[in-house]
Ligand binder design. Structure first.
Ligand code: FE2
Length: 193
């Protein structure tokens, strides 16, 4: 049986005082998430294969909830901002909460039925992601974007559907501002299911 625990979260960096898991996604691992993968290659050639984002989590064995942080570096690939892979939860009846600690960004969401929404991510905003919505975070600011997330420990992550189809929307810089536009490369093909 898990025992009660309190952990300290550094909202500026996403560091946890105690963690049970941790990974870093380098830009090269996200190459195909961008509308122009060749620009990722060019970025890496110029700046190196930087850590685009880092995920830390705390989930003791047997606990029904996971909590953790995601820390996203600022940057842009062409007109697109640095982003996370994006996923549906493997269990369609499991949602999630994102509580932004620092930085600024946008949370792109779409339902399986095709409805699109986006939510602002900035310090203090607590975003509720209902079950059944794909979600991707985008750092639109000049500083790291750090948010705390929590979801059911059995929610699971289905990255394949977004990897195959893309997200329905992109966040691009347009006239100096982050702008949400339809993804021209979104693949709405039944055979992908
Ligand atoms: Fe999630």
């Amino acid at each position: 049986m898990p025992i009660p625990a309190g952990i300290v979260i550094d909202g500026a960096t996403g560091a946890l005082s105690s963690s049970t898991g941790h990974y870093v996604k380098s830009l090269s691992a996200l190459r195909d998430c961008y509308e122009a993968p060749a620009l990722v290659d060019a970025y890496i050639a110029a700046h190196g294969d930087v850590a685009a984002y880092e995920v830390r989590e705390y989930c003791p064995v047997g606990n029904d909830l996971r909590v953790g942080t995601t820390s996203m570096a600022p940057g842009r690939i062409g007109r697109e901002y640095f982003l996370t892979r994006g996923h549906f939860h493997a269990r369609p009846d499991r949602g999630e909460v994102y509580w932004t600690q620092s930085g600024e960004g946008l949370l792109l969401l779409h339902s399986r039925e095709g409805e699109c929404r986006n939510l602002e991510l900035r310090a203090g905003v607590c975003a509720l992601i209902p079950p059944g919505w794909a979600h991707r975070s985008v750092n639109t600011g000049a500083a790291p974007l750090v948010f705390v997330w929590t979801c059911a420990s059995d929610a699971g992550q289905d990255y394949g559907r977004i990897a195959a189809r893309g997200m329905r929307q992109l966040v691009i810089e347009q006239d100096g501002r982050p702008t949400v536009v339809p993804n021209p490369n979104y693949r709405d093909d039944d055979w992908l299911d």
